[in-house]
Design a protein around this ligand. Structure first.
Ligand code: GLV
Length: 392
């Protein structure tokens, strides 16, 4: 049993919201809000959730289901559930186990993990931790040469695909991060940290393991030739260095030579452009409401994109997934699978690997129950006939 499993066992934790409550108690506000928060007025953050609430189910009753099949083929991988762990930056700040713990839990659960460029662990270590597929997510921080170095390492290590995030022309205005001193926490100036220290000192167990883990570490997968790993910087500065345009996809394709998934698409036009540029799949995403506030909920954008893709490439979706029922709704609307970020990051903050494993266990149990209550024997059979979305 993974360390700290008791901390997230039932009945203390019966759903993802319980993991969120525990996370809030275990990590400093600055870390919790980095995970929990969105951009500006957090309209999109809330909309992502609200869109799920507007869909209702149309169950088929009295259907015998001796075996409920949750397996789903995604990007050539056979996943035990239609859920991938989304790239979450700063995971090693959230919990010392960080990306390695999350990847291991994903693999144990029979699913895939997507490693953010803003990772505290070397990509080779993360890949080795998982028995499942591991994907890399690219921010071109530090420029093309730096990215090419990471892509070569990821290819050699056996990463299964490359997610290219395209919604970070600049960083969204995440006001909680400014107020809480995210930049100061990660910066070098001790003086700068003093103002924000009470919230950190209020979480001594997090602080102890953060310090024992080496504190703020450089980015081992963003290696600047002649200078070494880039120092960790706040998300605003990081994303400003990470802008990717359609033109960049040419050199990214040449450097990667494997499947590319475009993450951050919200319109049929961009989805078609991604497909024309050779994407193997797209992720309908508004970056969890962390970038442009006021964009549509991803669930509302999904039907337009599914219809534009017309089955030619896989469509994935993220944003606001907290229950198996949410996953089922997204799949009924045509997504092949979903990406979960906060749902497992709360678990990571609450209890490291055991917390991520618990999040996945909750979603798996939810999925099976929802399918059985719907009278649908398999993920592959979900379609629009199981839902009603008059208000979507
Ligand atoms: C990192 O990608 C973030 O959105 O915080």
């Amino acid at each position: 049993m993974a360390k700290h499993a008791a901390r997230v066992a039932s009945p203390r934790v019966v759903n993802i919201a319980d993991l969120r409550t525990l996370a809030r108690r275990r990590v400093p506000r600055v870390v919790f809000d980095y995970v929990d928060g969105g951009a500006e007025d957090e309209i999109t953050l809330r909309e992502n959730r609200r869109a799920f609430e507007e869909i209702t189910f149309r169950p088929r009753q009295a259907v015998a289901i001796p075996h409920c099949d949750l397996r789903t083929p995604v990007l050539g991988c056979d996943l035990s559930i239609p859920v991938l762990l989304a790239p979450v930056g700063y995971s090693r700040v959230i919990h010392a186990g960080g990306e390695v713990a999350a990847a291991r839990a994903a693999g144990q659960a029979g699913t895939g993990y997507i490693l953010s460029t803003i990772s505290g662990y070397p990509l080779e270590e993360v890949k080795a931790a998982s028995v499942g597929p591991v994907f890399y997510q690219l921010y071109a921080m530090g420029g093309r040469e730096v990215a090419e170095g990471a892509l070569e390492r990821a290819r050699k290590a056996g990463f299964a695909g490359l997610f290219v995030t395209v919604d970070t022309a600049v960083a969204g205005m995440r006001e909680r991060d400014f107020r809480n001193g995210m930049k100061e926490l990660l910066g070098r100036s001790l003086l700068g940290k003093i103002r924000f220290s009470p919230q950190v000192l209020a979480r001594p167990s997090w602080l102890t393991s953060f310090l024992l883990d080496g504190g703020v570490r450089p980015l081992p997968n963003v290696v600047v030739p002649g200078r070494g790993p880039m120092p960790l910087i706040d998300v605003g500065s990081a994303l400003a260095l990470s802008t990717i345009s359609w033109e960049d996809l040419r050199w990214i394709h040449d450097a990667w030579r494997g499947p590319i998934i475009i993450k951050g698409v919200l319109t049929g036009e961009d989805a078609r452009r991604a497909m024309d540029e050779g994407a193997a799949a797209i992720v309908v995403s508004n970056h969890g409401g962390r970038q442009l506030d006021g964009v549509q909920a991803t669930l509302r954008a999904l039907p337009e994109i599914v219809s534009a893709m017309n089955g030619q490439i896989e469509v994935l979706v993220d944003g606001g997934i907290r229950r198996g029922a949410d996953i089922v709704k997204a799949l009924c609307l045509g997504a092949r699978a979903v990406l979960c970020g906060r749902a497992y990051a709360y678990g990571l903050a609450a209890a490291g690997e055991a917390g991520v494993a618990r999040a996945l266990e909750i979603l798996r149990a939810d999925l099976e129950r929802t399918l059985r209550l719907l009278g649908c024997p398999s993920i592959a059979m979900l379609d629009r006939s199981y839902i009603s979305c008059q208000r979507l």
